[in-house]
Design a protein around this ligand. Structure first.
Ligand SMILES: [Zn+2]
Length: 244
């Protein structure tokens, strides 16, 4: 198969180049032969004409079960969802440093497809995320995680200013770039000093979510609502399945 594809490329290249650079074409064959992906790319004239040796790796995501020990702070007995119904997603994200990274999120097992669908888009758009670690890295401290501009999902805690469980406690909510997208009170305030310049919308900025953004639309397409559309208090970092 690989050999056939490579041969087809040589023939194609010979025809399209009218024999101008047969040496260059056949010289490129050995490097493209080891992978069938590379071979099929090489068969596309446009791609072979403009090689991208520094192209970042494609998006990847891996979903695994979690143990009690992996969530020492974010889960405890009495939480509304068993840790057995949670999943760890280890996946690519695009960093503020304009480079690919691998992050971790814990969500309910029923929404792993939603999250992968959205984050694949964000990565392909090169939409930047500061960092993506489990809130357990911050000992389950939501305030510390937000202050570190950490993107995270599951955390067995109450909703801010309420005795009800947050959607984060169900693993069906995610906070994205919480510094650039703060929780803003009705009077326009935020509890985080480093987020004060990000309380207005719309505004330009790296990792900022605005009304009507493609990020908001990507989440909406899988049934997740944005807290930036709430009346009064706005939770600009917050997306949740079905809202709330
Ligand atoms: Zn949230």
């Amino acid at each position: 198969m690989k050999r056939t594809a490579a041969m087809a490329f040589v023939v194609l290249a010979s025809v399209s180049c009218a024999g101008q650079k047969p040496v260059a074409s056949s010289g490129a064959t050995p490097t493209s032969a080891p992978s069938s992906e590379a071979s099929s790319e090489a068969a596309t004239p446009d791609t072979s004409a403009t090689p991208r040796p520094t192209a970042p790796p494609p998006f990847t995501a891996k979903v695994t079960k979690v143990t009690r020990e992996q969530l020492p702070y974010s889960w405890r007995p009495g939480c509304p969802v068993s840790y057995q119904d949670l999943r760890l997603i280890t996946m690519s994200y695009w960093g503020f440093d304009d480079k690919p990274h691998t992050g971790e999120l814990v969500v309910r097992k029923t929404v792993t497809d939603d999250i992968q669908t959205v984050f694949r888009k964000l990565y392909d758009w090169r939409w930047p995320i500061r960092q993506m670690k489990l809130v357990d890295v911050f000992k389950g401290d939501d305030y510390a995680s937000i202050d570190a501009d950490n993107t995270s999902a599951f955390n067995c805690r109450r909703a801010t200013g309420s005795s009800n469980w947050s959607n984060h406690a169900y693993g069906q909510a995610i906070d994205i770039n919480p510094r650039e997208n703060p929780y803003v009170t009705a009077s326009g305030g935020t509890a985080h000093q480093n987020a004060k310049r990000y309380t207005k919308r719309p505004m330009q900025g790296k990792g900022v979510v605005n009304p009507g953004d493609k990020v908001v639309k990507a989440f909406a397409q899988v049934g997740w609502e944005w807290g930036g559309y709430w009346a009064g208090t706005k939770d600009l970092q917050h997306f949740s399945k079905g809202g709330g």
